[in-house]
Design a binder for this molecule. Structure first.
Ligand SMILES: Nc1ncnc2c1ncn2[C@@H]1O[C@H](COP(=O)(O)OP(=O)(O)O)[C@@H](O)[C@H]1O
Ligand SMILES: [Mg+2]
Length: 281
């Protein structure tokens, strides 16, 4: 049994390590002159941001500048290693820029109460972690005043109501560890419901749909397009067809922005994005 669960243990240790990195991150603690954020609107501005990992000899991001309006959806594309996740980690406040600044609703992130900020954003990761408990628990954990109606609303938003209706216990159905009764697409939609119920003003998807087949991905995409209307969205997706509906696509190469524009604009331009797209099909 131990041998069989070894891969899970080592994965768990990896997570413990990354959580440790975050908890031990001095940036989180050393905020000096904190400006109250209040209710987040969702404006994000990167101004000449450079970033370098301590053990790397060159910049991972160079002169990254992008002005995002509240409610806008931005897709980051580029080959593996281009710096997409790094941009998202800066946005979430996991890592600070080496130079340049990031403004959230006009407030420099170094002056932000990071906890207050993080409470108003949501991240949908690539591998959703579901725990043993009911579907309701899995969606609403940590929230104090959640009604059945709130939960049903987000379930509808992510298109899981048909599935829930078929279950004898509905949202009170027990899920096993890792949500074993659910398909990958269903798990991912639970994860999105979990994000939605928190009514975030900024939502971040880092390859959240890469592990899904195209049919499940399409369902997840429909679910996300609903909420993209109400909050600022940052999206990294492996399949370039997924990001078709983003307001703007930011094509990155070697930590630099190469092109910015809508899907149609960039396809018409026949530049770097067009090339990436051609490679994929
Ligand atoms: N924790 C880290 N330490 C050192 N280098 C890293 C770390 N994370 C990512 N990198 C490097 O930074 C570059 C950009 O990575 P990343 O932002 O993850 O790219 P993407 O998400 O576009 O694949 C890559 O060259 C990667 O190897
Ligand atoms: Mg990445």
């Amino acid at each position: 049994t131990l041998i069989n669960i070894y891969p899970q243990i080592s994965k768990g240790l990896e997570s413990v390590k990354s959580i440790g990195d975050i908890m031990g991150n001095s940036h989180v603690e050393e905020n000096n002159s904190i400006v109250p954020l209040g209710e987040l609107k969702g404006a994000v501005k990167f101004v000449n941001v450079d970033f370098k990992y301590p053990d790397s000899d060159k910049n991972t991001l160079s002169d990254f500048t992008l002005d995002v309006k509240p409610g806008e959806s931005i897709a980051l594309v580029g080959e593996s290693g281009a710096g997409k996740s790094t941009v998202l980690n800066l946005l979430i406040g996991f890592i600070p820029p080496v130079s340049g600044k990031i403004l959230i609703d006009g407030i420099n992130m170094v002056n932000l109460d990071i906890n207050e900020y993080r409470h108003q954003i949501a991240v949908v990761p690539q591998n959703t972690i579901l725990f043993s408990g009911t579907i309701l628990d899995n969606i609403a954990y940590g929230l104090e005043h959640v009604t059945e109606k709130d939960v049903m609303e987000v379930i509808k938003d992510v298109g899981l109501e048909d599935m829930i209706e078929k279950l004898p216990d509905g949202i009170y159905t027990q899920l096993g560890e890792h949500g074993d009764k659910l398909s990958g697409g269903q798990r991912q939609r639970i994860s999105i419901a979990r994000a939605l119920i928190r009514k975030p003003k900024i939502i971040v998807f880092d390859e959240a749909t890469s592990a899904l087949d195209s049919a499940s991905e399409k369902k997840v995409q429909e679910a996300t397009s609903n909420m993209m209307k109400n909050c600022t969205t940052f999206l990294v997706a492996h399949r370039l067809s997924t990001i078709r509906n983003a307001d703007r696509i930011v094509a990155m190469r070697d930590g630099k922005i190469v092109e910015v524009g809508s899907y149609d604009e960039l396809m018409e331009k026949k530049g770097y994005f067009y090339e990436l797209k051609a490679l994929q099909s």
